[in-house]
Design a protein around this ligand. Structure first.
Ligand code: PEP
Ligand code: MN
Length: 445
């Protein structure tokens, strides 16, 4: 990247980032983080880029999912395991539907910083800075809690390292064996409520029986026993990203060492802004959220900046328009990509355009609108002869009640039962799995 420096973003306009008051404390934290090991390695980021390239060509399918925001409070081995577990189930169902390998990428081990629609929040006449995620400040509505504290970056790093360590162990240590994954899925389809997915689950079971009979077993084929699992997050807090940026000794290129894939949010994708400046210089695969306000002109310039060599797999466009709006917005972006001859990976985030407020006062999403956006995304690609390469969900393996609908029919009245998110509402384990079944049905048809 020629003369690009990891600190160049500091000369660009920044939005959605905290103003740290105590610069000395900030510098001390940055110094400390810059001595810590990177969380991921260049070879891994390169491999993910190749796998995303395959997805862009229709030879693989991306499943990206996890919390809206990871939290320090809710950090536990069980919750990491449960999200990993449901992603493996979803991946198996999607593999069956898409008939290609599923690339698994968690919104995990770094997804701590949040863009907000307003810089401050007012409750009962008291105005305080907004909560911006556990890496920046704290959720309680007090003046002390909302002060951005650089020390929190160190805790985020530690939690990300521990999360990634556990994910690596689960991926290769036997937990991801296909037969166990299928047994978990049968547990879900055994319920009468999930009866409509039983047929597909049985067909997957038959396929597993067949390959076993043919002598392909987890003992003989390691891909039946191990998985590749990658991490991703929004690269929002650039002091953290810069401190974990490392030069790859083999290629001389810069790596964002904070996660395998990083993305630019819909609120921070200014062509001449700080976030684009940072992301353009690192070798990792980059995601770019595209919302209703993304113009063809924006996209053209962003593609040139973020993927100057036009490599397939380098840039993933994550469309998030909202159900009912995909046909209005996606075609102009597809036309722009075609006109530029650009290589991109098209992914659907059916969460962020579908957030509503329930009558009971909760920020929520309805499973049926989430599915509708995915279906619209597929339909537009079908019409244009382009490739829908994956899906991006906010989800958890925990049994929360944050989104409504699904086979267990979470209602607006149920939302208060187990509403645990500090940011956006997540699909719970069964809602996420049933969406995978429904997306798989789309892929088969
Ligand atoms: C997110 O992915 O949590 C998010 C804030 O998305 P967007 O930038 O698309 O609004
Ligand atoms: Mn979110």
């Amino acid at each position: 990247m020629g003369t690009w420096q990891k600190s160049d973003w500091r000369n660009k306009p920044r939005v959605q980032m905290p103003d740290y008051q105590d610069q000395e404390a900030l510098h001390a934290v940055e110094g400390q983080l810059s001595k810590y090991p990177p969380l991921v390695f260049a070879g891994e980021a390169r491999r993910l880029r190749e796998e995303l390239g395959a997805a862009g060509r229709g030879e693989a399918f991306l499943l990206q999912g996890g919390d809206c925001a990871e939290s320090f409070d809710q950090f536990s081995a069980d919750s990491i395991r449960d999200t990993f577990k449901v992603m493996l189930q979803m991946a198996m169902v999607l593999t069956y539907g898409a008939k290609v390998p599923v690339v698994k990428v968690g919104r995990m081990a770094g997804q701590f910083a949040k863009p907000r629609s307003a810089a401050t929040e007012t409750i009962d006449g008291v105005e305080l800075p907004s909560y911006r995620g556990d890496i920046i400040n704290d959720l309680p509505f007090t003046a002390e809690a909302r002060v951005p504290n650089p020390q929190k970056m160190l805790q985020a790093y530690t939690q990300a390292a521990a999360t990634l360590n556990l994910l690596r162990a689960f991926s290769t240590g036997g937990y991801a064996d296909v037969n166990s994954v299928h047994q978990w899925t049968l547990g879900f389809t055994a319920s009468d409520k999930a009866e409509k997915f039983r047929d597909m689950a049985n067909r997957i079971g038959d396929t597993l029986d067949f390959i076993k009979a043919a002598g392909v077993t987890p003992e003989s084929a390691h891909t039946l026993r191990q998985v590749e699992f990658y991490t991703s997050h929004e690269a929002l807090l650039l002091e953290y990203e810069e401190a974990l940026c490392r030069m790859d000794s083999t290629s001389g290129k810069w790596l964002a060492g904070s996660g395998h894939m990083i993305w630019i949010g819909d609120r921070t994708r200014q062509v001449d802004g700080a976030h684009v400046e940072f992301c353009r210089g690192v070798l990792n695969p980059i995601g770019l959220k595209c919302g209703p306000s993304t113009t063809s002109e924006d996209l053209k310039e962003l593609m040139r900046k973020l993927n100057p060599n036009n490599e397939m797999g380098r840039l993933t466009l994550i469309a998030r328009f909202g159900a009912g709006k995909v046909a209005e917005h996606l075609p102009r972006l597809i036309e722009t990509v075609k006109a530029e001859g650009a290589n991109v990976v098209w992914v659907c985030d059916p969460m962020h355009g579908n957030t509503i407020k329930s009558n009971t006062g909760y920020k929520t999403r309805q499973v049926h609108t989430v599915l509708a956006e995915v279906q619209e995304f597929f339909a537009v690609h079908r019409d244009h002869g382009t490739i829908p390469a994956g899906v991006h969900f906010e989800m958890t393996g925990n049994d929360v009640t944050e989104c409504t609908g699904g086979v267990y029919a979470v209602s607006e009245e149920n939302l208060s039962d187990r509403y645990h998110t500090a940011c956006d509402p997540r699909l719970n384990a069964t809602q996420a799995l049933e969406l995978a079944f429904m997306v798989a049905e789309e892929l088969v048809s």
